[in-house]
Unconditional design. Structure first.
Length: 236
Protein backbone atom coordinates (compact mmCIF):
# COMPACT_ATOMS: atom_id res chain seq x y z
CA UNK A 1 0.00 0.00 0.00
CA UNK A 2 1.40 3.40 -0.98
CA UNK A 3 2.39 5.84 1.71
CA UNK A 4 -0.27 8.64 1.82
CA UNK A 5 2.42 11.17 2.77
CA UNK A 6 4.37 10.18 -0.33
CA UNK A 7 1.24 10.66 -2.45
CA UNK A 8 0.67 14.13 -1.03
CA UNK A 9 4.31 15.07 -1.71
CA UNK A 10 4.08 13.74 -5.28
CA UNK A 11 0.91 15.72 -5.97
CA UNK A 12 2.45 18.86 -4.49
CA UNK A 13 5.57 18.46 -6.66
CA UNK A 14 3.43 18.00 -9.78
CA UNK A 15 1.39 21.12 -8.94
CA UNK A 16 4.58 23.11 -8.41
CA UNK A 17 5.91 21.86 -11.74
CA UNK A 18 2.75 22.93 -13.55
CA UNK A 19 2.95 26.37 -11.97
CA UNK A 20 6.62 26.70 -12.87
CA UNK A 21 5.91 25.76 -16.49
CA UNK A 22 3.17 28.37 -16.59
CA UNK A 23 5.35 31.22 -15.33
CA UNK A 24 7.01 32.08 -18.70
CA UNK A 25 3.60 32.28 -20.40
CA UNK A 26 2.20 34.49 -17.64
CA UNK A 27 5.24 36.78 -17.89
CA UNK A 28 4.95 37.11 -21.67
CA UNK A 29 1.13 37.22 -21.74
CA UNK A 30 -0.08 38.37 -18.32
CA UNK A 31 -3.78 37.67 -17.74
CA UNK A 32 -6.01 40.71 -17.99
CA UNK A 33 -9.51 41.51 -16.80
CA UNK A 34 -12.13 40.32 -19.29
CA UNK A 35 -13.88 43.65 -18.89
CA UNK A 36 -11.33 46.48 -18.70
CA UNK A 37 -8.02 44.71 -19.57
CA UNK A 38 -6.37 45.46 -16.20
CA UNK A 39 -3.92 42.78 -15.08
CA UNK A 40 -5.51 40.07 -12.90
CA UNK A 41 -4.43 36.85 -11.19
CA UNK A 42 -5.72 34.38 -13.79
CA UNK A 43 -7.21 34.43 -17.31
CA UNK A 44 -10.91 35.07 -17.77
CA UNK A 45 -11.68 36.65 -14.40
CA UNK A 46 -12.94 40.15 -13.71
CA UNK A 47 -11.10 42.71 -11.63
CA UNK A 48 -12.53 44.19 -8.46
CA UNK A 49 -13.84 47.22 -10.34
CA UNK A 50 -15.65 45.27 -13.09
CA UNK A 51 -17.12 42.42 -11.05
CA UNK A 52 -19.73 44.60 -9.27
CA UNK A 53 -20.87 45.90 -12.67
CA UNK A 54 -21.82 42.41 -13.81
CA UNK A 55 -25.57 41.92 -13.37
CA UNK A 56 -26.10 38.21 -12.75
CA UNK A 57 -29.75 37.21 -13.14
CA UNK A 58 -31.31 35.79 -10.00
CA UNK A 59 -34.60 34.24 -8.92
CA UNK A 60 -37.46 35.02 -8.76
CA UNK A 61 -38.04 34.72 -12.49
CA UNK A 62 -40.65 33.44 -14.91
CA UNK A 63 -40.33 29.64 -14.91
CA UNK A 64 -40.80 29.57 -18.70
CA UNK A 65 -39.00 32.64 -20.08
CA UNK A 66 -36.53 33.22 -17.26
CA UNK A 67 -37.58 36.89 -17.12
CA UNK A 68 -36.69 38.28 -13.66
CA UNK A 69 -39.48 39.49 -11.38
CA UNK A 70 -39.07 42.39 -8.97
CA UNK A 71 -40.89 40.43 -6.28
CA UNK A 72 -41.55 36.74 -5.71
CA UNK A 73 -44.95 36.16 -7.34
CA UNK A 74 -45.34 32.62 -6.07
CA UNK A 75 -44.59 29.22 -7.57
CA UNK A 76 -45.73 28.77 -11.15
CA UNK A 77 -46.51 32.44 -11.78
CA UNK A 78 -45.84 33.24 -15.46
CA UNK A 79 -44.75 36.46 -17.09
CA UNK A 80 -47.18 38.30 -19.36
CA UNK A 81 -45.03 37.34 -22.35
CA UNK A 82 -45.23 33.62 -21.58
CA UNK A 83 -49.01 33.81 -21.23
CA UNK A 84 -49.73 36.00 -24.27
CA UNK A 85 -47.28 34.29 -26.63
CA UNK A 86 -46.32 30.82 -25.34
CA UNK A 87 -42.94 29.77 -26.77
CA UNK A 88 -42.32 26.44 -28.56
CA UNK A 89 -39.53 25.64 -26.10
CA UNK A 90 -40.10 24.39 -22.56
CA UNK A 91 -37.89 26.82 -20.63
CA UNK A 92 -35.24 29.46 -21.24
CA UNK A 93 -32.61 30.90 -18.93
CA UNK A 94 -30.12 33.75 -19.30
CA UNK A 95 -27.07 34.12 -17.07
CA UNK A 96 -26.46 37.88 -17.07
CA UNK A 97 -27.99 41.12 -18.31
CA UNK A 98 -26.54 41.95 -21.72
CA UNK A 99 -25.03 45.32 -20.85
CA UNK A 100 -21.76 46.84 -19.66
CA UNK A 101 -19.09 44.26 -18.85
CA UNK A 102 -21.22 41.32 -20.01
CA UNK A 103 -21.78 42.97 -23.39
CA UNK A 104 -18.04 43.59 -23.75
CA UNK A 105 -17.29 39.94 -22.99
CA UNK A 106 -19.86 38.60 -25.45
CA UNK A 107 -18.58 40.91 -28.17
CA UNK A 108 -15.01 39.93 -27.32
CA UNK A 109 -15.89 36.26 -27.72
CA UNK A 110 -17.93 36.85 -30.86
CA UNK A 111 -15.89 39.40 -32.79
CA UNK A 112 -12.39 39.45 -31.27
CA UNK A 113 -11.63 35.70 -31.12
CA UNK A 114 -11.66 35.72 -27.30
CA UNK A 115 -12.51 32.03 -27.08
CA UNK A 116 -10.65 31.95 -23.76
CA UNK A 117 -13.70 33.66 -22.24
CA UNK A 118 -16.07 30.80 -23.10
CA UNK A 119 -15.31 28.55 -20.07
CA UNK A 120 -15.85 31.44 -17.65
CA UNK A 121 -19.09 32.49 -19.30
CA UNK A 122 -20.21 28.86 -19.35
CA UNK A 123 -19.86 28.73 -15.56
CA UNK A 124 -22.35 31.60 -15.29
CA UNK A 125 -24.67 29.73 -17.65
CA UNK A 126 -24.34 26.60 -15.51
CA UNK A 127 -25.39 28.62 -12.49
CA UNK A 128 -28.46 30.15 -14.14
CA UNK A 129 -29.54 27.00 -15.96
CA UNK A 130 -28.77 24.38 -13.31
CA UNK A 131 -32.29 22.92 -13.36
CA UNK A 132 -32.33 22.72 -17.16
CA UNK A 133 -28.91 21.09 -17.30
CA UNK A 134 -29.93 18.53 -14.68
CA UNK A 135 -32.78 17.35 -16.95
CA UNK A 136 -30.99 17.61 -20.32
CA UNK A 137 -29.72 14.70 -22.39
CA UNK A 138 -27.57 16.49 -24.96
CA UNK A 139 -26.07 19.95 -25.55
CA UNK A 140 -26.58 21.54 -28.98
CA UNK A 141 -25.26 24.98 -30.06
CA UNK A 142 -27.12 27.34 -32.36
CA UNK A 143 -25.18 26.81 -35.61
CA UNK A 144 -23.58 29.35 -37.93
CA UNK A 145 -24.12 29.27 -41.68
CA UNK A 146 -21.09 27.69 -43.35
CA UNK A 147 -20.15 30.94 -45.09
CA UNK A 148 -20.11 32.89 -41.85
CA UNK A 149 -18.22 30.05 -40.15
CA UNK A 150 -15.50 30.15 -42.83
CA UNK A 151 -15.17 33.89 -42.37
CA UNK A 152 -15.10 33.79 -38.56
CA UNK A 153 -13.35 30.39 -38.20
CA UNK A 154 -15.34 29.47 -35.10
CA UNK A 155 -18.87 29.48 -33.70
CA UNK A 156 -19.15 31.38 -30.42
CA UNK A 157 -22.29 29.44 -29.41
CA UNK A 158 -20.44 26.17 -30.02
CA UNK A 159 -17.55 27.35 -27.83
CA UNK A 160 -20.01 28.06 -25.01
CA UNK A 161 -21.86 24.78 -25.57
CA UNK A 162 -18.59 22.82 -25.58
CA UNK A 163 -17.64 24.37 -22.25
CA UNK A 164 -21.08 23.64 -20.77
CA UNK A 165 -20.81 20.05 -22.01
CA UNK A 166 -17.40 19.65 -20.40
CA UNK A 167 -18.51 21.14 -17.09
CA UNK A 168 -21.77 19.20 -16.93
CA UNK A 169 -20.67 15.90 -18.45
CA UNK A 170 -23.50 16.01 -21.00
CA UNK A 171 -22.87 14.83 -24.58
CA UNK A 172 -21.97 17.61 -27.01
CA UNK A 173 -23.56 17.46 -30.47
CA UNK A 174 -22.30 20.41 -32.56
CA UNK A 175 -23.64 19.12 -35.90
CA UNK A 176 -27.12 18.02 -34.81
CA UNK A 177 -28.66 21.20 -36.22
CA UNK A 178 -27.56 22.91 -39.44
CA UNK A 179 -28.19 26.51 -40.52
CA UNK A 180 -29.33 26.27 -44.13
CA UNK A 181 -30.19 29.94 -44.64
CA UNK A 182 -27.66 32.79 -44.53
CA UNK A 183 -29.43 35.25 -42.25
CA UNK A 184 -28.74 38.89 -41.45
CA UNK A 185 -27.32 39.85 -38.07
CA UNK A 186 -30.16 40.00 -35.54
CA UNK A 187 -28.71 43.12 -33.88
CA UNK A 188 -30.89 46.17 -34.52
CA UNK A 189 -33.88 44.24 -35.90
CA UNK A 190 -37.40 44.55 -34.53
CA UNK A 191 -39.09 41.46 -33.11
CA UNK A 192 -41.07 40.64 -36.27
CA UNK A 193 -37.94 41.23 -38.37
CA UNK A 194 -35.96 38.84 -36.18
CA UNK A 195 -38.59 36.14 -36.57
CA UNK A 196 -38.77 36.59 -40.35
CA UNK A 197 -34.97 36.65 -40.58
CA UNK A 198 -34.54 33.19 -39.06
CA UNK A 199 -37.68 31.57 -40.45
CA UNK A 200 -36.83 28.17 -41.96
CA UNK A 201 -33.15 28.84 -41.27
CA UNK A 202 -32.42 25.59 -39.41
CA UNK A 203 -32.63 21.94 -40.31
CA UNK A 204 -31.79 18.62 -38.64
CA UNK A 205 -29.87 16.54 -41.20
CA UNK A 206 -31.11 12.93 -41.46
CA UNK A 207 -27.80 11.52 -40.25
CA UNK A 208 -28.04 13.58 -37.04
CA UNK A 209 -31.60 12.66 -36.07
CA UNK A 210 -30.41 9.74 -33.98
CA UNK A 211 -28.41 12.16 -31.79
CA UNK A 212 -31.44 14.16 -30.64
CA UNK A 213 -34.58 12.13 -31.45
CA UNK A 214 -36.56 11.53 -28.26
CA UNK A 215 -34.01 13.39 -26.13
CA UNK A 216 -34.28 16.54 -24.06
CA UNK A 217 -32.08 19.03 -25.91
CA UNK A 218 -30.30 21.93 -24.22
CA UNK A 219 -29.81 24.62 -26.88
CA UNK A 220 -26.99 27.11 -26.23
CA UNK A 221 -26.76 30.59 -27.76
CA UNK A 222 -24.66 33.61 -26.89
CA UNK A 223 -27.47 36.19 -26.60
CA UNK A 224 -31.19 35.71 -25.89
CA UNK A 225 -33.38 38.66 -26.86
CA UNK A 226 -36.81 37.76 -28.22
CA UNK A 227 -36.29 34.01 -28.57
CA UNK A 228 -36.78 34.27 -32.35
CA UNK A 229 -33.87 31.90 -33.08
CA UNK A 230 -35.28 29.11 -30.90
CA UNK A 231 -38.82 29.78 -32.14
CA UNK A 232 -37.62 29.23 -35.71
CA UNK A 233 -36.91 25.65 -34.75
CA UNK A 234 -34.98 23.07 -36.80
CA UNK A 235 -36.78 21.34 -39.65
CA UNK A 236 -36.16 17.91 -41.14
Amino acid sequence: MADPVHKIKTIAIKDMARQALGWPARMLFPPVCAGCRRQVSQPGVLCGACWPKLRLLEKPWCPVMGTPFIHDMGEGFLSAEAIADPPPFERARAAVVYSGVARQMVQGLKYQDRTDLAPWMARWMMRAGAELIAEADVVVPVPLHWRRFLRRQFNQSAELARAVSKLSGLPFSPTAVRRVKLTRQQVGLERHEREENVRAAFRVPPEAEIEIAGRRVLVIDDVFTTGATVRAGPRR
